[in-house]
Ligand binder design. Structure first.
Ligand code: ATP
Ligand code: MG
Length: 556
């Protein structure tokens, strides 16, 4: 097989082993977010990994909200998470589940453990439980409640369920081993009393299961074969295995941990993003400076670019940190041949062609993308007055500056050769207009007589130009001074957003639709902002510049 040379990641090897030994017949994975915030690039890795494995092995991928903790969860987050996952292209078909719908089974599972003598109701307070748990050096102490009879435990647990106890006064603990070297195995709490309204189950329950107990049950109920989570759960795996073993599931799911995706100098923690949103430092969860999935989408990233990025990062057990530049590389690669290349002037100065007819507008045929003929061509207006980038003219150029300066001839991209003959400045010495003459024989930007020009600059015809707002972005935090301050707060970059409100684009761009993206030649890739654009008045966000400092890692 030709693809055999592509090396498999460690999870694929485990799955293939399980399929070949018959440990499982068909792969089933899931993505289990807590609906307590928006998803970010790290979650995208987990989603695409789980979905990709199900696809690769002809299995199933479930979407499950892990909504067992009623305090922080909100419907708003449920909706945003669904939208983000769909956008990424991970299809759960008809398998959208809520862990809270399994509360009855979880309750029964707890009762079964009590009946087996494997769980007991404890009277210890949270603080006492912590004290009794011991330390890494010292074993824990026996909980005085652990000797209760099965009957007594059953009655007490039922009373817990029936609302007889205040929050924090009783818990159900698994009876495992207070001397275990693994702290998670020292009689972990598996149910607590909490008189809270749940977004899905309302006031039906006043006891809620703990994550380590609930999660394996959720997986087992759904027939998950490989329950993939991040490395911090490695120490919880013995408890996961204990739960599925004691509950005697026929085909118990298996937990596999992989390393989280970290991005260097980029804020990913839900907690931090939430703070930025709540303090109004950013424009919502989808601010284009955030690496929330909705922020990336609004900025103009594509699902394909995110897939490419997570593939490039790979799957492993060892923590590593990816560069944001790698993500930028991926979006450039994806858009490079897919999207049209158009002309836009971000920092305009007027260029006047003295020998060009005053009222004429010529329509020049310009290819949309020289690397992709399938994108066809478009007509671009050309006339006597144009805008060019201010930085494309210099009164006194340094060596190797090949753009416009007095006496120099350059090519106006796809149009004509022009020669700078004069320029005007205002009282502050700022150039206000540049004058040039053109050579009608150089139409299309081709040399009429073999004479060469070294510089090519882009332009937009002034009278037909569409004036638009363009936004440029930098990292929301200051990379050089360090992302976090000593007190743990974020070191914000005051230049993370630059708004340019006098930019000129080709007239056809006035009709650009939300999320449509373009290459603005020489300036980068830009995407129409869905929130701030109006019909006929697009606002463009820069996705990424064209220059890259990123080098693809060698694969040999
Ligand atoms: P965070 O603390 O970063 O906001 P979380 O772990 O609290 O994330 P969950 O909703 O619990 O968010 O996560 C859902 C799934 O996404 C889990 O399986 C989790 O392991 C995975 N996940 C979260 N962050 C990352 C990451 N940085 N890289 C890969 N997977 C991640
Ligand atoms: Mg979590």
């Amino acid at each position: 097989m030709e693809n055999e040379t592509v090396s498999k990641n460690f999870i694929e090897r485990i799955i293939e082993e399980d399929l070949s030994t018959g440990k499982c017949d068909a792969v089933c994975t899931r993505f289990p977010p807590e609906p307590n915030g928006y998803l970010h690039i790290g979650h995208a890795k987990s989603i695409l990994l789980n979905y990709g494995l199900a696809q690769k092995y002809g299995g199933k991928f479930n979407m499950r909200f892990d909504d067992t903790n009623p305090t922080k969860e909100k419907i708003e987050f449920v909706e945003s998470i669904k939208k983000d996952i769909q956008w990424l292209g991970a299809d759960w078909e008809d398998r959208l589940y809520f862990a809270s719908n399994y509360f009855p089974q979880m309750y029964e599972a707890a009762v079964r453990l009590i009946q087996k003598g494997k769980a007991y109701v404890s009277d210890l307070s949270a603080e006492q439980i912590r004290e009794y748990r011991g330390t890494l050096e010292e074993p824990g102490k026996k909980d005085p409640s652990s000797d209760r009879s099965i009957e007594e435990n059953l009655a007490l647990f039922e009373d817990m369920k029936n609302g007889k106890y205040e929050d924090g006064t009783k818990v159900l603990r698994a009876k495992i081993d207070m001397a275990s070297p693994n702290m998670n195995m020292r009689d972990p709490v598996i149910y607590r009393v909490a008189h809270m309204t749940h977004h899905n189950t309302g006031d039906t329950w006043c006891i809620y299961p703990m994550y380590d107990f609930a999660h394996p049950i959720e997986d087992a109920i759904e027939g998950i074969t490989h329950s993939i989570c991040t490395l911090e759960f490695e120490d919880h795996r013995p408890l996961y295995d204990w739960v599925v073993r004691e509950l005697e599931y026929e085909k118990p799911p298996k937990q596999i941990e992989f390393a989280k995706l970290y991005l260097k100098n980029v804020v990913t923690g839900k907690r931090y993003i939430k703070k930025l949103v709540e303090e109004g430092i950013v424009d919502g969860w989808d601010d284009p400076r955030l690496v929330s999935i909705s922020g990336l989408r609004r900025r103009g990233f594509t699902p394909e670019s995110i897939q490419m990025f997570v593939d490039m990062c790979g799957v492993s057990k060892a923590n590593s940190i990816a560069d944001y530049a790698a993500l930028e590389y991926c979006i450039r690669e994806d858009l490079k041949v897919k999207r049209p290349r158009v002309m836009a002037i971000l920092d305009p100065v007027k260029l006047i062609i003295d020998n060009y007819p005053e009222d004429e507008t010529e329509w020049l045929t310009v290819p949309n993308n020289q690397e992709n003929e399938a994108l066809g061509s478009r007509e671009v207006p050309f006339s006597r007055e144009l805008y060019i980038e201010r930085e494309d003219f210099m009164e006194e150029p340094p060596k190797k500056y090949f753009r416009m300066f007095p006496g120099n001839e350059v090519r106006l991209m796809n149009a004509y050769f022009v020669k700078c003959v004069d320029f005007k400045k205002d009282a502050d010495g700022k150039v206000t207009e540049i004058h040039c003459t053109y050579d009608p024989a150089s139409k299309g930007g081709n040399s009429p007589d073999g004479r060469k020009v070294k510089g090519t600059i882009h332009w937009v015809a002034a009278k037909t130009a569409k004036k638009v707002t363009v936004r440029l972005y930098e990292n929301i935090v200051d990379e050089d001074l360090g992302v976090y301050n000593e007190d743990g707060s974020l070191n914000l970059n005051p230049n993370s957003l630059t708004v340019l409100d006098e930019c000129y684009v080709e007239p056809s761009l006035a009709q650009a639709q939300a999320f449509e993206s373009f290459q603005f030649v020489r300036n980068g890739f830009f995407c129409v902002d869905y929130k701030d654009s109006k019909e006929g008045e697009p606002v463009f966000n820069r996705i990424v510049s064209l220059k890259s400092s990123f080098k693809l890692p060698k694969t040999e």
